[in-house]
Write a protein that binds this ligand. Structure first.
Ligand code: NAD
Length: 403
């Protein structure tokens, strides 16, 4: 499946999730036979998937259609009723979802509740059978605390600082185009699995930066602020946060490309910063915008320590042709997902679970993992009345204990 950024892609991914569920559901539902032990002989056993009940999906704004409906598809496939709370920060999509669900879907099984903090707080006071929340770790903690009161299980789809490690033995043009896609072409950096920062070697950094500059101009023109393919920043508060990261005294002289911004249009140009200090704010929090710090190291393997010193990211990217480096990266870096020699598109592989680890979240979904995420896996053992071994029953005589 190809991945373009923008709303077309969101719609096509939702369609493909629906098609997959319709095609595979009867297979996903089949109880899974498992082996039994000598202790229960003779017997048979299976794992039966059953619906959890009524689930709550709280969605976010950056892919407001996909991140609302994809979890809903999983919840409905598994036989649950769902309440969806879209993000108030994408109000047009929230309203559209509410209208379309009301018009076309079964109201006894799916409802949309629009609203912001007050409405979400009221929803969280109810008892749910599962909650899937997509958004920030800050609100994730609020959701989990509210769920704990009812012992409700949660899936938290959060974010983090997704690194891209760039080795020198690569197809530079392809790598750079894919990095640009994974940073600026996807919502101008406002994507949970967007590249947050790059680590490369000191020697290779100038070549990489030249290639980034060249390809950025091919994609967005000489003046990216005029490009129709460049997303705006979602709100003035996010704009102010990004401006603060750029104006930090520790990094303001590190900008090697971009830096232009227009608060009235909420636009920020692709901005590259070289050798920012690790204690600068831009390296302490998820950027979620078009600023790209590049850190340099002596050897590419030195990047591992930097990544390991931070909370576990939702995605980690590596560009290399070195097979041993690929192996070491997979074995030593912990992240929700991982993609070698590309960015973002692992999300479109239905056979892979999508979710975070540690600070980037818990639980996962997509494809069959969505069905499983919203099912209870009931353990069922079948026995006959045969072979009723007396050894398990009292009195526990010495003779029985010897057996
Ligand atoms: P957010 O956490 O502020 O909001 C998301 C949802 O939480 C909205 O529906 C909102 O109404 C609700 N909400 C906000 N404040 C609340 C409160 N105090 N109490 C209860 N509910 C509240 O979203 P954000 O911070 O703008 O989103 C960006 C974050 O989301 C980034 O960290 C990004 O990486 C992450 N994200 C993750 C994924 C993923 O699939 N893992 C996808 C997109 C975004």
């Amino acid at each position: 499946m190809s991945l373009k950024s923008g709303s077309n892609e969101e719609i096509s991914q939702v369609k493909s999730s629906c098609k997959l569920a319709l095609k595979e559901l009867s297979r996903w539902m089949i109880p899974e036979k498992v082996k039994t032990s000598l202790t229960t002989y003779p017997s048979s056993a299976e794992i039966v998937s059953e619906p959890l009940g009524v689930v709550l999906v709280i969605s976010t704004w950056n892919f407001p259609f996909l991140l609302s409906l994809d979890p809903v598809i999983g919840a409905i496939s598994a036989g649950n009723a769902v309440v969806l709370k879209p993000s108030e920060i994408a109000p047009a999509t929230s309203l559209l979802l509410s209208n379309l669900v009301e018009e076309y879907l079964d109201k006894s099984a799916i409802r949309v509740v629009e609203g912001s903090v007050d409405e979400t707080t009221a929803l969280l006071e109810q008892k749910w059978d599962k909650i899937l929340y997509t958004g920030s770790a800050r609100v994730g903690r609020i959701v989990m605390a509210a769920a704990a009161k009812h012992l409700t299980p949660v899936i938290l789809e959060l974010g983090g600082k997704c690194p891209a490690v760039v080795d020198s033995n690569i197809n530079l043009q392809v790598a750079v185009r894919r990095i640009i896609y994974g940073k600026w072409a996807c919502n101008n950096g406002q994507a949970c699995i967007g590249v947050d920062y790059i680590i490369t070697t000191k020697d290779f950094a100038p070549k990489l930066i030249d290639a980034l500059k060249y390809e950025l101009e091919q994609f967005f023109g000489k003046d990216p602020m005029e490009s129709k393919d460049m997303s705006r920043i979602v709100s003035s508060s996010h704009f102010a946060r990004l401006a603060m990261l750029m104006d930090d005294d520790l990094v303001s002289d590190k900008i090697v490309l971009g830096g232009q911004r227009d608060v009235n249009q909420l636009k920020i140009a692709p901005t590259i910063l070289l050798d920012v200090p690790e204690d600068a704010q831009i390296m302490q929090e998820e950027i979620f915008g078009p600023l790209m710090p590049i850190l340099t190291v002596q050897k590419v393997e030195d990047s591992f320590k930097i990544i390991q010193s931070k909370p576990k990211p939702l995605a980690a990217y590596l560009f290399t042709n070195d097979e041993q480096l690929k192996k070491n990266f997979v074995q030593n870096i912990s992240s929700g997902g991982m993609l070698i020699n590309d960015t973002i598109i692992h999300v479109a592989t239905d056979g892979l679970p999508f979710g975070g680890v540690g600070e980037s979240g818990m639980g996962s979904y997509h494809g069959k993992f969505s069905f499983d995420a919203f099912s209870h896996k009931k353990a069922v053992l079948y026995r006959s009345f045969d072979a009723d071994a007396s050894i398990r029953y009292p009195p526990y005589t010495t003779q029985k204990q010897r057996l």
